[in-house]
Design a protein around this ligand. Sequence first.
Ligand code: NAP
Length: 214
Amino acid sequence: MARKRRIGIMGGTFDPIHYGHLVTAERARGDYELDQVLFLPSGTPPHKPLDQVTDVKHRYMMTVLATLTNPYFEVSRVDIDREGKSYTIDTLRILKSIYPESELFFITGADAILEIMSWKNPERLLELSEFIAATRPGFCLENSSQQVVEWFKRNNKRLHLLQVPAMAISSTDIRSRVAQGQSIRYLVPEVVEHYIKKNRLYHSQHPDREGCDE
Ligand code: NAP
């Protein structure tokens, strides 16, 4: 029987995209033998006030620029072009209809995956896709609630943890470094660094991101 195509779905706000995200996607591609990784910048993140997220046109552009040189990476507008909040269950239903014969692997931060699964119908989510939860250094599943630990163990065929040391880099830290005039060199691809500078993103006065400082 022919092997099914395996597609990684890298969901995130990417505000901004950084090397931690890129290393996560590349690691997942290797470990799970993915044929392709689609990056999906979220349009309207379900759990964040809109005025705390940079305009999607910038987040999309930075994601395109950052992924340009990897032939396995592509950027999808699935979460951008549809109305309303980007609930992952809807994203996966759409992607399953576009790629009915493929196996999907949704990749994102472990905290976000716990949040997604806390919404209704986690069984359906796990039917539509396997999930790869990227963790930062120091993450220990056993520190989570008993319920979460058991749930991970019960679903360990479809739900995986991926430790990514490069996820020590964080978008929050990058935004705050820019706001304070500190260097972000080697945290993001050079082209993203230039894009941030050119568009004056993450400076406290930037009109696209009023009140962004956390
Ligand atoms: P977030 O709350 O901003 O991020 C949670 C953590 O995960 C952060 O530490 C973040 O680090 C990290 N992270 C985010 N995307 C990642 C990725 N692709 N790979 C590795 N780590 C990642 O989460 P978010 O970015 O808004 O959402 C992540 C995905 O989950 C999106 O596709 C979103 O639509 C989905 N989501 C869905 C629901 C739902 O359906 N109810 C709820 C929440 C999230 P950085 O800040 O450095 O990126």
